[in-house]
Ligand binder design. Structure first.
Ligand SMILES: [Zn+2]
Length: 280
């Protein structure tokens, strides 16, 4: 399986591709005349450092901050690799602060999985991403610059917007918008809630999320664990499938699953399945 790769997304935006072996998400870098803003702190300092080494090799401007899309470990545990401010919503900062107070040795981690405080899904990834020493000595950086709903970062010739959207995956989810090249970092906002067996989406959560995303009209949209970058058409299709999955479930209830293959592809059917898995 390939390691994370450096890729140019648009004239102002680069990304580091995800790596599912340890659930490393996409990292982003948005640059203006005043500096570079990193999108997500990454799974570990090693993860973020590998990306910043690439940025340096490509002569990108100095890094002025890290903006988090949500608190989950794979998006926030690498921030200590850089000595710059970490920006996040108040909800995200609170989520990271909870993680920062935990012990991270393997026994404590396994105990939290047993207690339902950590996802069983994350355990092998956390064990693989860090050695025991790295994990127990990890400095988890709690974001220093926080905001309630939205925040702007002036990078000189472009002003980046951080905008809370919430959703089923994590109620603190923020999207990060670069308006000149029209690049939208979605983090994991469109994904399902993993704290259920099976994982699920809710109609109310999905509809509210789609409404908060409506103002954005991206030329390029990046999801947290998607190896591909969506163009405008692929992004519109992605949102439309979520909208139509909600419609089908509302109209037909449990029968929606039988009808779903007539209305869309594999991804659409999966969305319907997840919507039907929502707890009452
Ligand atoms: Zn996540």
């Amino acid at each position: 399986m390939p390691d994370c790769r450096f890729e140019k997304v648009s004239p102002r935006v680069d990304r580091f591709t995800p790596d599912e072996r340890t659930d490393r998400p996409v990292l982003g870098a948005i640059r203006g005349t005043a500096g570079t803003l990193i999108v997500d702190g990454g799974a570990s300092p090693a993860h973020l450092a590998a990306f910043t080494a690439e940025l340096e090799a490509h002569n990108r401007p100095p890094i002025v901050g890290i903006a988090l899309t949500h608190w989950h470990w794979d998006h926030s545990f690498g921030s200590a690799a850089l000595d710059v401010p970490v920006l996040a919503s108040e909800r995200t900062a609170a989520g990271v602060a909870v993680q920062a107070d935990y012990a991270w040795d393997e026994n404590a981690l396994r105990q939290r999985v047993d207690d339902g405080l950590e996802l069983a899904f994350s355990l092998p990834h956390l064990l693989e991403e860090f050695t025991e020493d790295e994990r127990t000595s990890l400095r988890i950086v709690v974001p220093q610059v926080t905001f309630a709903e939205s925040h702007h970062v002036d990078l000189g010739d472009t002003t980046v917007e951080l905008c809370w959207v919430g959703g089923d995956h994590a109620d603190d989810s923020v999207v990060i918008w670069e308006p000149e090249d029209r690049v939208l970092f979605l983090g994991d906002a469109l994904y399902q809630c993993l704290w259920g067996d099976p994982a699920y989406l809710t109609v109310a959560g999905t509809r509210a999320l789609l409404q908060r995303l409506a103002p954005f009209d991206p030329a390029f949209a990046l999801e947290g664990h998607d190896p591909d970058v969506a163009d405008a058409t692929a992004y519109a299709t992605r949102l439309d499938e979520l909208r139509r999955a909600c419609d089908l479930v509302e109209q037909h209830g449990a029968n929606a699953l039988r009808l779903a293959p007539d209305h869309g592809g594999e991804w659409f059917v999966e969305n319907v399945e997840q919507l039907l898995s929502a707890p009452d």
